[in-house]
Design a protein around this ligand. Structure first.
Ligand code: ARG
Length: 570
């Protein structure tokens, strides 16, 4: 149990024993300024109201009670009724030992594991994955790892967009272009070009537009040639996506694309109509809402020509995930521009009877260029994700070779994969996901600051000390925390589990980033102030080596949760 949870649960017990009608929490926070103590609570102010007592009086009561605890060195009241707690070095040392022996590194395991489906990445077939897809892919992967770390059952589902009117035009274009050869490497580019050209031609010529429509109808009606073409487009796109997923170390349990749900779309609309959830309107089917927020935003689930939509597929998907996966929670990771869609979707699903589910739309802001406009290439087209990954790696390799001329080009290229992709992923997660962030190669690849290279470097430092000491380490029965810097680091390490909890609960990986950055900084401070290999006694040296190891473990696990690999040296 972390120091924080230890206090928190003691406060919760105190609330219960006193029969106070207070719910919520947490009531314990880390002190902003450590001179006042390690942790602080405002519960006396909250309880004071209920007890009709002066908060300072309640705070005094708490201070008297907690002052008796052996693991607390100091309990003081401050201001209008805050209580500040300072743990003894022995208490910190004992908790640290427990942390070292905990395979979860302090991450509390959920008492009841939930089944969580995470719907992320979800690019569209026949289109290049562009810079916008990196956020959903990276955030989704991290959320999956965070939830799994708490013991939840995570199901990763890639809801690929593989159906829609664009296929009429692509098929037409493909046939008219004399069915050019497609390979994994050129396919997406070719398909984009075919679509663009066909689209332009259709706009100019109504006869061509009609021809494209007919190709689409043939596809929808199961025409052999068109279905085979569509399947080929899908396969080639998937192969290109998989190359990206491999480079991003991203994995899916299922790839149930939109077309997978086609057989049920009619049934879904009919059911919504029969239940009065959707209303018929000139052949279209529409869901109207009473909620003030959605009153002016009816949800179209069938067009007047009978065609199903993105919304219809998403409704069928909810039913499928409920029935087949018995999901407790459905998480969707997309761009913030889809907020309205998901509000409408969740409201409809709840009325439809899927109301016991937690629905979460985890949305994110845009990636901006230096000009503060959405990031684009020089000629204004979206940046292709694979080019972005290539550039991350080549820039990282160049920096490495500048820093360490002795390493071979080959070695640099291997390390650059970890550093470059790590830097990209980290920059994508380091800020609150709801904010837009400015894409900046130099900043994300800097070895200083809140960056992946900085964290990787701190990890590498822990490894190099351990290598010098010669492993395995001697067993350790008790940590010796003499210096303030080692105590600070120890308390930081003890907070790992809490931060994972917060990040998972809010679906916000940036909490983990901020935490790791602070941990790395405290590790460097510790290392500068506390001789490790030259410590004044064998037992102190051993204790410090174990601290290095534990700090390395926490950094590595934290980076892993963010989808970032580590290096043993760099
Ligand atoms: N393919 C969609 C897009 O690129 C994202 C799909 C997200 N998932 C979902 N179930 N709607 O915008």
């Amino acid at each position: 149990m972390s120091l924080h949870t230890h206090l928190e649960s003691a406060i919760q017990d105190w609330i219960k024993t006193n029969g106070l009608a207070i719910s919520g929490g947490p009531w314990v926070k880390a002190c902003q300024d450590e001179r006042f103590g390690h942790f602080q609570t405002n519960i006396a102010m909250v309880a004071g109201k209920g007890l009709k007592k002066n908060p300072r009086e309640v705070a005094q009561q708490l201070a008297d009670l907690f002052g008796k605890r052996e693991n607390l060195a100091k309990v003081e009241i401050a201001g209008p009724g805050f209580v500040n707690f300072t743990f003894t070095a022995e208490a910190v040392a004992a908790s640290l030992l427990a942390l070292r022996d905990d395979p979860h590194l302090g991450v509390a395991q959920a008492p009841t594991a939930k089944k969580v489906v995470i719907d992320f990445s979800a690019p569209n077939v026949a289109k290049e994955m562009h810079v916008g897809h990196i956020r959903s892919t990276v955030l989704g992967e991290t959320l999956a790892r965070l939830l799994a770390a708490q013991g939840h059952r995570v199901i990763r589902d890639n809801h690929i967009g593989d159906w829609g009117t664009q296929f009429g035009k692509i098929i037409l274009g493909y046939k008219q272009a004399g069915k050019p050869a497609l390979t994994v490497d050129n396919a997406i580019g070719e398909m984009e070009r075919l679509y663009k050209d066909a689209h332009k031609a259709c706009e100019a010529d109504p006869a061509l537009m009609e021809a494209a429509r007919l190709e689409l109808v043939k596809l929808q009606n199961g025409d052999e040639e068109n279905v085979a073409l569509w399947k080929k487009f899908r396969e080639l796109s998937q192969a290109a996506f998989d190359q990206i997923y491999e480079r991003l170390d991203t994995h899916f349990d299922h790839t149930l694309a939109e077309s997978f749900y086609n057989p049920w779309l009619n049934e879904v609309v009919e059911e919504l109509l029969a239940k009065g959830i959707a209303k018929e309107d000139k052949g279209a089917a529409v869901v109207y809402f009473d909620e003030p927020e959605l009153k002016d935003h009816p949800f179209l689930v069938r067009k007047s020509d009978g065609a199903a939509l993105y919304s219809t597929t998403d409704l069928a998907t909810i039913r499928y995930r409920e029935q087949e996966f018995a999901a407790d929670t459905l998480v969707y990771v997309t761009d913030g521009r889809q907020q309205l869609h998901f509000k409408q979707l969740f409201a409809t699903a709840r009325r439809w009877g899927y109301d016991r589910q937690d629905f979460e739309h985890v949305w994110f802001g845009a990636i901006m260029g230096a000009d503060n406009k959405p990031l684009k290439t020089r000629d204004g087209t979206p940046i292709k994700l694979r080019n972005l990954l290539d550039e991350a790696e080549s820039r990282a390799a160049k920096i490495l070779r500048e820093k360490r001329s002795e390493i071979s080009e080959q070695q640099a290229a291997l390390m650059a994969k970890v550093i470059g992709i790590g830097a990209l992923k980290y920059a994508d997660q380091a800020q609150n996901r709801n904010l837009d962030y400015v894409f900046d190669w130099d900043r994300m690849l800097a070895f200083d600051g809140n960056t992946a290279p900085y964290l990787l470097n701190a990890y590498v430092r822990t490894r190099s000390i351990l290598r010098k000491a010669g492993s395995p380490l001697a067993p350790l029965a008790k940590f010796e925390l003499q210096e303030p810097t080692e105590q600070d680091l120890a308390r930081k390490l003890l907070a790992f589990g809490d931060i994972v909890q917060v990040a998972a609960q809010e679906y916000r990986p940036h909490h983990v980033c901020g935490y790791l950055f602070e941990t790395a900084a405290l590790f460097h401070r510790f290392f500068e102030h506390c001789p490790v290999l030259k410590a004044e006694s064998e037992s102190l040296k051993n204790s410090r080596l174990h601290i290095c190891q534990l700090a390395g473990d926490v950094l590595k696990r934290g980076l892993y949760l963010l989808g970032i690999q580590t290096l043993e040296e760099m």
